[in-house]
Structure formats: C-alpha cells, structure tokens
Design a protein around this ligand. Structure first.
Ligand code: SF4
Length: 264
C-alpha cells in the first residue's frame, strides 16, 4: 500500500476500502488507513477544495482536509454513529464532530452522561478523553450539502464495519439520524448480526436489539444533532440526555473510571 506525503496509506477504490478495512488489526491502523482514503472522487475533490478555500473566520488555520477517523477507546461499550463530517467542522479540525455546533451538542451530552472528561471538543490536543464510548461517522469525508450519495455511503461502509468489529465489548450503538440508521443495516449484516424483517423504521428513542456473533447489540435511534434539529427544538438536550442515559444503562451502567464522575 502506497503512503501519501503525510505518511497515511492510500486506498483508491471501493474494493481497496473493503480489503484495507478487513486487514486493519487495531483501531490505530484503521484510523491511519481511513485518513489516507481517496476512494470517492467527488468527496476527495470537495474536502480538499474546502480545505484550500477555507471559511474566512478560519483562514489562518490549516484544515485537515481528509477523511475523519473515529474517536474513543477500544474497550468502549457504547458507540455513537453520525452522518458525515462538516466541511468546516471535522474536515477542518480532523476530529469527528469537532469544530461546529453539532459537535458542541454531542460532546456536552457525552459529558453529562459521564462518557467524556470535559463538555467541549474544540481541537486535537484540547485534553478531551472519552470513556466507554467510541464516536464515528457513517461516511468519513465531508460531502457537499451534507449529502453523500448511496454509492459513497456503501463505499465507505467497510470502515465502519471494521471499527465496530474492533470494539469487542460493544453493546449499544446510538444512531444519530435516519441516514446513519439506514447505513448501519448492511454493516451489521456483514458483521454477522441477524436483522429483523422488515427493518424497524428510524425514530427518536427507537430501540432494537439484535443477536450477533459477539452477543446482543442494541441500536438506539436519536434525532441528529444538526442545527436544523437543535435550533428548531425538534431535538432538545433532555431528549438527547435520555437516549444516552438509556445507552449507558443498556451497556451495564457507568464505567468506574476517570471521567465517569464528571457529569453535573
Ligand atoms: S467517504 Fe469513505 S470511502 Fe469515500 S473517500 Fe472518504 S473515507 Fe474513503
């Protein structure tokens, strides 16, 4: 596998994504391989153009301009899966959900749930540590108009499949929004989970438990933390807190580790 100038191994095709994801032996290898992915030409062009042109308020910053890997420890029992990085959020900072309003919402909620040691995530190196939760996106590159195509979603799905497989204690996946809900089914089928037919419709608070190779896994639906939802009140803090509280409960209760006592 060739490396790019930053040292990340480069993947250029959907078949390459599947192969490269399958062969990643741990999260660090997976994160590096995701960071070097160039398999979706439209998204590669967009993320790099945005990183070059920048938003005026961030013109002095170096944008990440790459796919955004997940964040959180390998012993996480809870995963939070969103849609895709924002052009001037994750695509700028290089950290999932970081640098925009959606991230402000989700990290504050993770902190209230005892899953983060601080309520903010502003940049890599800001001291944030997640406990018992891994946060990832269904599509790793910022898409134009926040809208990946179904083909781009499918091309990217092996990264998420491998990421979930590399979380041996995983018990609960909180899915933010209907796009992630739809994207997750083929990922879980590929990982050996028995899926219900028909598929349960997405909704806030919807709960579905699947049997799989590593034991039961519960999917919990939540409205996405997009500004469209949070500004209009479709998603409120108590609504998001209720879903994360339920996720922690389903996972077996709060982990007794630093950060777990940080919620107010
Ligand atoms: S969206 Fe996923 S598969 Fe496509 S280029 Fe980005 S990381 Fe690769």
């Amino acid at each position: 596998m060739n490396a790019d100038p930053a040292g990340f191994p480069v993947t250029r095709t959907p078949a390459g994504v599947a192969r490269s994801a399958r062969g990643a032996r741990d999260l660090a290898v997976l994160d590096a391989r995701i960071s070097g992915c160039r398999a979706c030409p439209r998204l590669v062009a967009w993320r790099e153009e945005v990183a070059l042109v920048k938003r005026a308020s961030f013109r002095d910053e170096d944008y990440w301009g790459r796919p955004v890997p997940g964040l959180g420890p390998a012993d996480a029992r809870v995963a939070v899966v969103g849609l895709a990085p924002a052009a001037h959020g994750g695509n700028r900072t290089g950290r999932v959900f970081t640098g925009d309003r959606s991230g402000d919402w989700i990290f504050a909620a993770l902190w209230r749930a005892g899953l983060a040691n601080q309520p903010t995530s502003t940049h890599v190196g800001d001291g944030l540590e997640l406990t018992d939760v891994r946060v990832a996106a269904a599509v790793r590159c910022a898409p134009p108009a926040n809208a990946p195509t179904p083909a781009e979603r499918d091309t990217c799905s092996p990264w998420l499949a491998r990421e979930l497989a590399l979380l041996p204690r995983l018990r609960v996946v909180v899915v933010l929004g209907g796009f992630g809900w739809t994207a997750l089914w083929p990922v879980l089928a590929g990982a050996g989970y028995r899926l219900p037919r028909p598929r349960p419709a997405f909704g806030h608070g919807v709960e579905v438990t699947l049997e799989g190779p590593g034991g039961p896994l519960t999917l919990l639906g939540s409205y996405h933390v997009s500004q469209q939802n949070t500004f209009t009140g479709r998603l409120t803090e108590p609504m998001l807190d209720a879903v994360l509280t339920r996720a922690v409960e389903l996972a077996g209760g709060r982990a007794d580790r630093p950060g777990a006592a940080a919620s107010g």
